[in-house]
Design a protein around this ligand. Structure first.
Ligand code: KIV
Length: 275
């Protein structure tokens, strides 16, 4: 069954946890979709894990559309959620609606995610008015890394925590249909989850959220540039891949790959005609 904003809302109501993973390509989308992941997030984290950039700031609309379209082609049932990259929505309402529209139309997303609270409510309202579902993102919003002075847990003082709760209420009022909470103390994420009626999806925000999201390279043990506290390796795919690459190298060099099983032949009478 296709995951939609309605099925996701029902999951919150029936306390059936929502699963979200980042995804950036067709083959991975097929695997995650077949495994029953509810939401595939084409995160602008692709800047770091796919493109080797230092942060998400240089990711472009073209990058996002390219990867979103690939993921959408691979998924039948998962909800396709595309990140709006840095400066694709902050400067004007026009930019926000136009770029959200491109992610839907050219990328075939089912909804868009943008970072921020009260400051982006006008953008959220306008995008929702254009019939595009919006997921808001609060807490450690990576596009604000320079303003935060680094990748740090947010909402640790009473004032900062209250601002997060207020922002969550504001984005819900503006029409957001989901909310990602990143690097927020667990009791604050839980309070937000109880306060709003839209599903909350946590990353480094504890078990009290309505769902969880991880970057797939992190959860598969494929990315070691840095490993945040909230990451759990559900498999050591990176090690398995390295071993496979080494075995391939050894077999090619030893002449044991390819064998007859991986080789195309030709009839002898055809070969005989060649000079
Ligand atoms: O870009 C991303 O991968 C994200 C997740 C960390 C939520 O926004």
């Amino acid at each position: 069954m296709k995951n939609t904003v309605l099925t996701l809302r029902k999951q919150k109501e029936s306390q059936d946890k929502i699963t979200m993973l980042t995804c950036y390509d067709y083959s991975m989308a097929k695997l995650m979709d077949e495994a029953g992941i509810n939401i595939l997030l084409i995160g602008d984290s692709l800047g770091q894990v796919m493109l080797g950039l230092e942060d998400t700031l240089s990711v472009t609309m073209e990058d996002m559309i390219h990867h979103t379209a690939a993921v959408a082609r691979g998924a039948k049932n998962a909800f396709i959620l595309a990140d709006m990259p840095f400066m694709s929505y902050q400067a004007s309402i026009y930019d926000a609606v136009t770029n959200a529209g491109r992610l839907m139309k050219e990328g075939r997303a089912n909804g868009v995610k943008l970072e921020g609270g009260a400051t982006v409510c006008e953008q959220i309202r306008a995008i929702v008015d254009a019939s595009i579902p919006v997921c808001a993102h609060l807490g450690l919003t990576p596009q604000s890394v320079n303003a935060f002075g680094g990748f740090k847990v947010q909402g640790k003082t009473a004032e900062a925590a209250q601002k997060l709760i207020d922002d969550a209420r504001r984005v819900e009022e503006a029409g957001a249909s989901m909310l990602v909470l990143e690097c927020v103390p667990a009791p604050i994420a839980e309070k937000i989850t109880q306060t709003v009626s839209i599903p909350t999806i946590g990353i480094g925000a504890g078990a009290g959220c309505d769902g969880q999201v991880l970057v797939y390279q992190d959860m598969l043990g494929m990315f070691s540039d840095y490993v945040p506290k909230f990451v759990k390796h559900f498999a050591e795919v990176g090690e398995t891949m390295k071993q496979a690459f080494a075995d391939y190298t050894a077999e090619v060099k030893a002449g044991t790959f390819p064998t007859q099983a991986q080789t195309y032949g030709i009839a002898d009478d055809v070969l005989d005609k060649l000079y």
